[in-house]
Design a protein around this ligand. Sequence first.
Ligand code: C5P
Length: 301
Amino acid sequence: MTVEAPAKINLRLAVGPVRADGYHEVLTVYFAVGIRDRLRASAADDLTVEVVGRQAELVPVDSSNLAVRAARLLAERAGVRAGAHLRIDKRIPVAGGMAGGSADAAAALVACDRLWNLNLGRDALIELGAELGSDVPFAVHGGVALGSGRGERLDPLPTRHVFDWVLVPAEGGLSTPAVYAECDRIREETGWEPVPPRVEEELIGALERGDAAALGRALANDLQPAALRLNPALEATLRTGRELGALGALVSGSGPTCAFLAADGAHAAALCKGFAEAGHTAIHGTGPAPGPRVVDDGRYP
Ligand code: C5P
């Protein structure tokens, strides 16, 4: 059973106060973008994983692997003693703020649900996803959605429009807890008054209308100052994209991948060329992308 699952960017990430459980209250617009990891699940006695592809050496292959944890949770809850061998082919930048680990967990849930003939359905898998990580429910969902709570509660935001993005991964990753902690430090230093997180109407309207220029202006990420402080080189990456004519530029999630909005596919290709000339790797991705999809159910050899 082979499943492909897309990366995400946060078009808006509004971070509110820290909650009693240590998580931050957030309001975020999740957007699935068509850069995909591929996961193959095959029948096995135990639960094992191997990782190949881009930055594969950075992904753990022990029981801390999020895809393994997803498969284990699914087996436990469904009460099956089945195992699986998972083979993950990475395309999504690792520790890049694009929910690559969550995409692999979502792919594992969908693949093992089919491999083990459980047929739990998307809603049940979304609920299980919330136990694995704040971004996993959206990784199962795909498309565009408003995330609330710690990011795990979803309201779909349907849009009929396609947007072109250019993603620029950075050297090294950023740890999500470290970026949230840096955000707290900056807020303490600047005397931030706690306010509930909110998403501006301009952004929702631009998405609905397919207005890329307005969407570009409305992109915002409350974690960006923290990510920039932990990796100051990102400032120059964002500036390069703006100088090349991107409609909008921001750090994706907790970073360090930077996301740039293009007017269309040709504009995205031009931005990629400009980034390459400036010495950066750049990846073109379109979205909203659908959630995890079975691309091979193993029935045809
Ligand atoms: O939910 P997940 O395991 O992906 O979160 C990783 C870490 O990121 C949490 O342990 C927490 O430090 C931070 N986080 C947060 N507020 C959120 C989501 C994540 O503080 N809404």
